[in-house]
Each structure stands twice: as C-alpha cells, then as structure tokens.
Design a protein around this ligand. Structure first.
Ligand SMILES: Nc1ncnc2c1ncn2[C@@H]1O[C@H](COP(=O)(O)OP(=O)(O)O)[C@@H](O)[C@H]1O
Ligand SMILES: Cc1cn([C@H]2C[C@H](O)[C@@H](COP(=O)(O)O)O2)c(=O)[nH]c1=O
Ligand SMILES: [Zn+2]
Length: 193
C-alpha cells in the first residue's frame, strides 16, 4: 500500500515529523521520496531537497531514480549544512542518507522540532548486510518507517539485500547494475557459503 499523507496536519499547525524510506538498491526508495516531495510541491508547501555531494551517479545536483524520474536538489558536504535552509521551509527531503555523517539523526530531529516534515531515503544495509551509516539511528527516531523491496534478480522474490558483483571491499562504492544486484535472503546467502 502507498504511504498516505492524510493524517498530516494542515499548514499553521505543528506538523514536524521524520519519515524514513529504506530498502535495498532498486527497491524504489528514490521514486517514493520523489512521489512524496512532488505531492508536497503540488500542495504549494515550501520544499527543500538535499543529497550528499559525493553522490554524482546520475547528476551533479538533481535527485534521480533508476527510471530517471528526477527532482532538483542541493548537494551538501555534511549533515549540519542542511540546517542552513531557508526560514520558511515546510518539507525537507534527503536522499542517499546512508552516505551522511552521524550528525544526520540530530539534524533531522532539530528540523522536525521546528515543525518541518522530514522525509529521508537511504539504504538500510550495505553490501555485507550490515546496517549502513546513520540509517539505523534515523529509523529509531522516525515516526514512520517504510521498507520497500526490489525484485530478486535470481528468483523473482522480494529482495532486501544489495549483492555486490565486483571484487571491492570498500564500504562506499558508487554504482549501478554493473556492480550490484538486488537479491532475496536465500539468493544473497547462496554465495556466502
Ligand atoms: N530488480 C529490480 N527490482 C525492482 N526494480 C527494479 C529492478 N531493476 C530495475 N528496477 C527499476 O528501478 C526502479 C526503482 O528505482 P529507484 O527508485 O531509483 O530505486 P532505489 O532508490 O531504491 O535504488 C523501479 O521502478 C524499476 O523500474
Ligand atoms: C550496497 C552498497 C551501495 N553503495 C552505493 C551504490 C549506489 O551508488 C548507492 C545506492 O544507490 P540506490 O539509490 O540505493 O540505488 O550506494 C555503496 O557505496 N556501498 C554499498 O555497500
Ligand atoms: Zn532470490
């Protein structure tokens, strides 16, 4: 079921909150983030969108999904830079949250306490299956957590892991289908012995 915004309060009332959209690569995190943000723009809310400056895969500035849906964003070097947003911002979107520093949960909490609706998308697990960066702490303090699944490229079941197909042990390795495939639990563990 699609996440519904119907319970959010109207403008002028306190509405600060944190939403997290998490899952594996290709699970639709960015599409869901863009969907929520575009609806907020249609509602004429002041929306600001951020991504880590290091995420240059599709575009220097825009947030772009694998299906090439996109929305403008501001690349930032650190989580604290997000606090420098305009004074009348009502909704903040953040993509690729796993790449941010450990300040991100505190930054999101401060924004939510100012009445801002914060929507964060990111990988919950890295390629080894471990929690990724600030994502678990964000999920712990969020009002709403939506976990989305990709389709396992091996068997077609729901995929929750991002399997790395190239020999590189670095936690951060930007890439697409040339380096990663979404896999279900069984297929992810097949090659792990
Ligand atoms: N194995 C797959 N499972 C699901 N979607 C896939 C797969 N491979 C490609 N896609 C495409 O990726 C899109 C999701 O892209 P995106 O929102 O950017 O995902 P994420 O941000 O989670 O990596 C899907 O709508 C689909 O068209
Ligand atoms: C699993 C994993 C992924 N990455 C990188 C690969 C991509 O550039 C992004 C994830 O993008 P998506 O929008 O979720 O498809 O993260 C990484 O650096 N390390 C990993 O372990
Ligand atoms: Zn599978």
């Amino acid at each position: 079921m699609l996440f519904s915004e119907q319970n959010f309060r109207r403008r002028g009332e306190f509405s600060g909150s944190i939403e997290v959209v998490c899952g594996s690569m290709f699970s639709g995190k960015t599409e869901e983030l863009i969907r929520r943000l575009k609806r907020a723009q249609i509602a004429k809310l002041n929306v600001e969108i951020f991504k880590p400056r290091t995420d240059t895969r599709y575009h220097e500035t825009a947030v772009v999904s694998h299906d090439l849906n996109s929305i403008n964003s501001t690349p930032v070097d650190s989580a604290s830079a997000i606090l420098l947003l305009g004074t009348n911002t009502q909704v903040v979107g953040i993509d690729e949250a796993q790449f941010f520093d450990d300040e991100l949960p505190d930054v999101c909490n401060k924004l939510a306490l100012k009445g801002i609706r914060v929507i964060v998308a990111g990988l919950d697990m890295d390629f080894t299956g471990k929690p990724f960066g600030p994502m678990p702490a964000l999920m712990a303090i969020a009002e709403h957590v939506t976990k989305v699944n990709a389709v396992c490229v091996c068997c077609g079941n729901p995929a929750l892991y991002s399997y790395r197909t190239v020999a590189d042990e670095a936690t951060v390795l930007l890439g697409e289908k040339e380096s990663y495939e979404p896999r279900c639990r069984a297929c992810y563990n097949l090659d792990k012995g």
